[in-house]
Design a protein around this ligand. Structure first.
Ligand SMILES: C[S@@+](CC[C@H](N)C(=O)[O-])C[C@H]1O[C@@H](n2cnc3c(N)ncnc32)[C@H](O)[C@@H]1O
Length: 343
């Protein structure tokens, strides 16, 4: 893209000191410093005025989404995926997000949601990630502006134990739409599960397949997701971002609620997971992230996606259940695919 008056590449030079750590050769974590990732930062945009779609499509915008969103073209986005800081005190690349009162977090949610919604098409869908505590405040705000369709619960096995409370082992992703006319591609998000009770009718498998890899059934996706791991050090998608979402999770949202060529917007891009997954699945994307450090990682991952479109746990058009690496590998070999299976 050519630079325009209002959309400029991020200047090089801004930065934090490079970090050096000895680590295992199998550790694939992306934690490139800003200094070492200048070429990636230079691919990001900063906006100083209204931007046209061709200026910002398939780009990472470095900046505060509350300032950037009003500069983007209205009515152009098919799918909005939002993973804002949850209502807990936490640092993102040195910038602290402080836990707020319920009304304070609701006000914060109202602000960014109202900045993002004008960009959505009438047929658009919205997903908002949260934990149980943030959800208490997010849901009434969503209800005021959108039709809530569902709550997806992601069982995430990683999490801190607590001495005087239950350990948090799940997160929610609220699904909402602007109107009753919206995209939902149910066949694109089926889950391939091992058949435990292989029922036969007239000697033939009923609703399941006998394959060289075992007995499987492609099932309708429910709103309880127990088949997705938090990215970890040996996965190529892993970065040092403290709250990175898995590509497998984003792939489900994107495949269900958009079509190839559609535009996906993430105003809290973090390490780039939404943009990277959208790119791998043939969608356009715009990501906004205020930390230059995370912008570097997002751009590095977007570059990696040029040569590797695989998404761990998704292959042959289905999402594979946990602990099926062996079967995925065999299926991949039989299909002549060299994509890696889910670990
Ligand atoms: C929960 S994380 C998102 C993680 C992301 N889904 C991923 O997979 O890496 C929230 C992100 O929003 C960024 N952020 C917080 N406030 C922001 C703002 N006003 N504008 C843009 N980014 C913001 C933080 O730096 C952080 O990376």
């Amino acid at each position: 893209m050519e630079e325009t008056e209002s959309a400029r590449s991020v200047p090089s030079g801004a930065g934090m000191p490079p970090r050096r750590r000895a680590r295992s050769a199998r550790n694939k974590t992306i934690d490139l410093s800003i200094e070492d990732g200048q070429q990636y930062l230079a691919r990001c945009l900063t906006l100083s005025g209204s931007a046209a779609l061709p200026d910002v499509i398939d780009r990472t915008i470095s900046g505060d989404c509350l300032e950037v969103l009003p500069l983007l073209p209205r009515g152009s986005v098919d799918l909005l995926i939002c993973d804002p800081p949850y209502n807990q005190s936490r640092s993102f690349a040195g910038k602290r997000f402080s836990s707020k009162s319920h009304s304070g977090y609701a006000e914060y949610t109202e602000k960014w949601l109202c900045a993002a919604l004008p960009l959505l098409k009438r047929t658009g869908s919205v997903y908002v990630c949260c934990d149980w505590k943030s959800g208490i405040d997010i849901v009434p705000v969503l209800e005021r502006h959108l039709t809530i369709r569902n709550r997806i619960t992601w069982q995430r096995e990683k999490g801190r134990g607590a001495m005087r409370n239950w350990k948090s082992g799940m997160e929610d992703i609220w699904f909402a739409t602007l109107s009753d006319s919206y995209t939902f591609n149910v066949d694109a998000v089926k889950v391939r599960r091992r058949v435990l009770a292989p029922y036969r009718e007239n000697g033939q498998p009923k609703d399941w397949e006998e394959t060289e890899e075992g007995r499987f059934r492609n099932t309708f996706p429910s709103n309880f997701w127990s088949d997705i791991s938090v990215p970890y050090w040996s996965m190529p998608e892993n970065t040092a971002h403290p709250t990175q979402k898995p590509e497998k999770l984003l792939a489900k949202l994107i495949l269900a609620s958009s079509n190839p060529g559609d535009l996906v917007l993430d105003p809290f891009l973090g390490s780039g997971s939404t943009s990277v997954t959208a790119k791998k699945l043939g969608r356009h994307f715009i990501g906004i992230e205020e930390s230059a450090q995370y912008c570097v990682w997002a751009e590095k991952r977007l570059e990696m996606a040029e040569s590797d479109r695989s998404i761990q746990g998704y292959r042959d058009g289905v999402f594979w259940d946990r602990n099926t690496s062996h079967e995925q590998l065999t299926a991949g070999k039989n299909a002549g695919s060299g994509e890696p299976p889910e670990a």
